[in-house]
Ligand binder design. Structure first.
Ligand code: ADP
Ligand code: MG
Length: 140
């Protein structure tokens, strides 16, 4: 689902995430690029909803990764790498094993922090702040 759109509210960004979630089958890695406040976590909230997750999505900034169950033995990993100082900081998470496992959908905020570990096969989503309520979102 390649597209580039402008959303004009956080609800619209969540809706885009929810719609996009329906195209995912398991095994995908989503790399969300964009500055603080550009809407990455907001999009993840919609994704989770679209995946049938009822729990509230809380940004995993301090713990780096949160796991949610989508269905029986199917998981959604929300990873926020903002606070890591080096790629070594993620060694204990087992991220490489989690990615591309068809049971998992893995979403990374600040993926550039682990540039050397980023899989080639991934979906890049690029967020740009336009004004208070407007964001450009490009799914590649
Ligand atoms: P990030 O995870 O990229 O740092 P967040 O999703 O946490 O960003 O924050 C985005 C903020 O911008 C939220 O407070 C949200 O309500 C607000 N916002 C306003 N307009 C939009 C929009 N069109 N899309 C996404 N967020 C928006
Ligand atoms: Mg965030």
């Amino acid at each position: 689902m390649k597209k580039k759109i402008v959303t004009t509210s956080f609800q619209e960004t969540q809706q885009l995430g929810e719609t996009f979630a329906k195209t995912l089958q398991g095994g995908e890695v989503l790399a969300l690029h964009g500055d603080l406040g550009s809407g990455k976590t907001t999009f993840v909230q919609g994704l989770a909803k679209g995946l049938g997750i009822e729990q509230k999505i809380i940004s995993p900034t301090f713990i780096i990764m949160r796991t949610y169950q989508r269905r029986k033995e199917k998981y959604f990993y929300h990873v926020d790498l903002y606070r890591i100082e080096s790629e070594h900081d993620v060694e204990g998470l087992g991220l490489l094993e989690l990615m591309h496992d068809s049971n998992n959908i893995v979403v990374l905020e600040w993926p550039e922090k682990i540039a050397n570990f980023l899989p080639e096969k991934r979906i890049d989503v690029i967020f740009e702040y336009l004004s208070d309520d407007k964001r450009t979102i490009e799914i590649k």
